[in-house]
Ligand binder design. Structure first.
Ligand SMILES: NC(=O)c1ccc[n+]([C@@H]2O[C@H](COP(=O)([O-])OP(=O)(O)OC[C@H]3O[C@@H](n4cnc5c(N)ncnc54)[C@H](OP(=O)(O)O)[C@@H]3O)[C@@H](O)[C@H]2O)c1
Length: 282
């Protein structure tokens, strides 16, 4: 059962950081604060983008069984020449497969496709109300005990479900990966993560470009001489979140990692957090 002793430390924010030194710690995992998202990247384009991201300094790669790109992600890792132990690799189990036995098989299949002995973090991709949570969390813990994953976590779990998962899990739930950007209110899940010592990982952190024209973002970009994407990613990191932007473009891949040598002030953070239309997580 969870001990309540887990701790999440906010990334050290400051001008002397390198991307590799900027991370969020939770439940014994040290998660690089900017990861590389790979949804919709496939085949050689995916392998090339992953290798390029690693060459640019990313040390955290996010994939999932359902992305149909785990082979390409593994190929990109090998092509990069970056040693395996220096990269935090995350994959996810699709909700159809989170029952006892199926979850472990899905993890094994992911490892075969990735060409890896284990992943750093194995996530339940979405909750499945048709499968008891205790069964899924038990299977996730078994996958970890069997060495398929160094750490375990969840994705798309709201505050109440996250708390249940933490209560049911023997090993720490180290992360909850959820959609988050300035147009979505995740205050409840963020608070639950802080209380439970779970790292909050923001997916679609740029709202798929949807927030890059927001007035407060554009204003801060002008003031800091940064791009809107860098401002939004900095906004995530300054809240203690991990963010996993996806890009297929070499210039934007690098741009998205260069967010550790400036800081937004409290007014800028608040203005970015308060866009005209904010939605609840779906
Ligand atoms: N757990 C889940 O259920 C879940 C769900 C969705 C996503 N995710 C993860 O989160 C990752 C990121 O989310 P996402 O791909 O939905 O959205 P995103 O990262 O918010 O946005 C990606 C889009 O923004 C563009 N972009 C990237 N950097 C940019 C920049 N500096 N300036 C302007 N445009 C930029 C990309 O185009 P270019 O490629 O042309 O640069 C792409 O069209 C996914 O790849 C996946 O790994 C997880």
């Amino acid at each position: 059962m969870s001990s309540g002793k887990r701790e999440t430390s906010r990334p050290q924010v400051g001008s002397s950081q390198t991307p590799e030194q900027s991370s969020v710690s939770a439940g014994g995992a040290r998660i690089p604060a900017i990861g590389f998202g790979t949804w919709k990247l496939r085949g050689d384009a995916c392998a090339a983008a992953v290798a390029d991201a690693l060459a640019a300094g990313y040390r955290h790669i996010d994939t999932a069984a359902v992305y149909d790109n785990e082979e390409a992600v593994g190929e990109g890792l090998r092509r990069s020449g970056v040693p395996r132990e220096r990269v935090f690799v995350v994959t996810k189990v699709w909700p159809d497969n989170i029952g006892e036995g199926a979850l472990q098989r899905s993890a094994e299949q992911s490892l075969r496709r990735l060409g890896l002995a284990d992943v750093d973090l194995l996530l339940i991709h979405w909750p499945n109300p048709r499968i008891p949570l205790a069964e899924s969390i038990g299977a996730l813990n078994d996958a970890r005990s069997r060495g398929l994953a160094r750490h375990i976590g969840v994705s798309n779990f709201g505050a109440a479900l996250l708390r249940d998962a933490c209560r049911l899990s023997a090993a720490p739930i180290v992360a909850d990966q959820c959609e988050y950007h300035p147009r979505i209110d995740q205050s409840e899940t963020l608070a639950a993560c802080r209380e439970e010592g779970v790292a909050f990982v923001s997916y679609s952190p740029l709202a798929k470009r949807g927030v890059l024209g927001d007035a407060a973002v554009v204003r801060a970009a002008g003031r800091h001489g940064r791009t809107p994407a860098q401002i939004v990613l900095r906004w995530h990191v300054q809240q203690g979140c991990v963010a996993i932007p996806k890009s297929a473009d070499p210039g934007r891949i690098r741009e998205n990692l260069s967010v550790f040598d400036f800081a937004l002030d409290a007014d800028e953070m608040a203005a970015i957090s308060a866009p005209p239309a904010k939605s609840q997580p779906g």
